[in-house]
Design a protein around this ligand. Structure first.
Ligand code: ACO
Length: 326
């Protein structure tokens, strides 16, 4: 018998304020258009957190929905992992704040920081905790308030990002040990810190003592993205003993529709097999995959037994993919 980390509940939260591209178009001095944003990124609107609304509050709201979807209570969870690059405070972790917000006083909680690849990294870590017997039910969350680290005078970045949170509960279940099992079937992680300058925040605790704002060489990232995402997907499928034809749904990181279509074209898959939310959410970094997955489950596209592949790349560079059967 094999132990698999099986998805048993999912949920998401989006702040109520929806910001259409027209708001950027109207910003004096920014010199952008709805047409540029739509055609270059696929983004039509995004959600921004309200003043005073924090990453941990959004994470708690998403977690409560995932718990109710799973029919579980907070005390059934024994580990909380939050993938975020925009924590409420430098410390403690957002994950411990989520624990407190849910009323959990047992188990353990920690954050993972791998920027846009954060949720894929968190899934891989949750899987490792479950298959090694260190946890039975792990609440895995991606939650971000990227609107707080934007340079509002930089049209090349501020139009691209949004806020939100998604939560997935993984549970240890006995399985046959075949690629027909439900749950996480393979993971593949990579990073290369020599690409630091392509995407970073220009402030931090031990350098400037400030929060800083996001800096990105978008064109360069784009160049790496399609190639690296297609490669990691190939590796994780091979590790699972599966191939592209077995995939029911691609749930990609939602940074840019052109990266998504380019990667899926490289796989040789039609866009009908892709869950796309970038038009409504923008790039929500570590939250984008669980948000898209939750939307796909909620609207009935993702069904039990379906084979999913998720992939993401972000600051670091850090990238990776996960193959799982819903
Ligand atoms: N409005 C109007 N014009 C703009 C805007 C804007 N908002 N932004 C840039 N432009 C201009 C540029 O100045 C440039 O003008 P120039 O040719 O006169 O110099 C022109 O548009 C083209 O700019 P490019 O950067 O070449 O545009 P590109 O087609 O590459 O699209 C984008 C830019 C959307 C950023 C794209 O490169 C991209 O999505 N990159 C990847 C982003 C990504 O995946 N990041 C990783 C995840 S994020 C994370 O980890 C936090």
């Amino acid at each position: 018998m094999t132990i698999r980390a099986v998805p048993v509940g999912i949920g998401h939260y989006l702040p109520s304020r929806i910001v259409p591209n027209a708001e950027f178009e109207a910003m004096e001095g920014l010199e952008t258009t709805d047409e540029w944003i739509r055609t270059r990124s696929g983004i039509e609107r995004r959600h921004f957190a309200a003043e005073g609304e924090t990453t941990s509050q959004m994470a708690v709201a998403a977690a409560q929905k995932a718990l109710s979807h799973a029919g579980l209570s907070a005390n059934d969870i024994d580990a909380v992992i939050v993938a975020t690059s925009t924590p409420d405070l430098t410390f403690p972790s957002v994950a411990t704040m989520v624990q407190a917000g849910l009323g959990m006083t047992s188990g353990f909680a920690f954050d993972i920081q791998a920027v846009c690849a954060g949720f894929v990294y968190a899934l891989a870590n949750a899987n490792a905790l479950i298959v090694s017997g260190q946890a039975t039910r792990v609440l895995v969350i991606g939650a971000e308030t990227f609107s707080r680290i934007m340079d509002w005078t930089d049209r090349t970045t501020c139009v691209l990002f949004g806020d939100g949170a998604g939560a997935l509960i993984l549970e240890a279940q006995e399985a046959e040990g075949t690629s027909e099992d439900r749950g996480i079937l393979s993971t593949d992680l990579h990073s290369d810190g020599t690409f630091r300058d392509l995407l970073y925040v220009d402030g931090g605790v031990s350098s400037t003592g400030t929060t800083g704002v996001l800096r990105m060489q978008g064109r360069e990232i784009f160049r790496h993205a399609v190639e690296k995402l297609a490669k990691t997907a190939e590796i994780s499928l091979e590790k699972a003993g599966l191939n592209v034809a077995d995939i029911d749904w691609v749930v990609p990181h939602q940074a840019n529709i052109r990266i998504i279509t380019g990667t899926v074209k490289k796989f040789g898959l039609p866009m009908e097999k892709v869950i796309v939310t970038v038009q409504d959410h923008g790039n929500t970094s570590a939250a984008s995959i669980p948000l898209a997955m939750s939307v796909g489950v909620e609207d009935g596209r993702i069904q039990p037994g379906h084979l999913l592949i998720t992939e993401a790349i972000g600051g670091g560079l850090a990238w990776g993919s996960v193959v799982m059967r819903w």
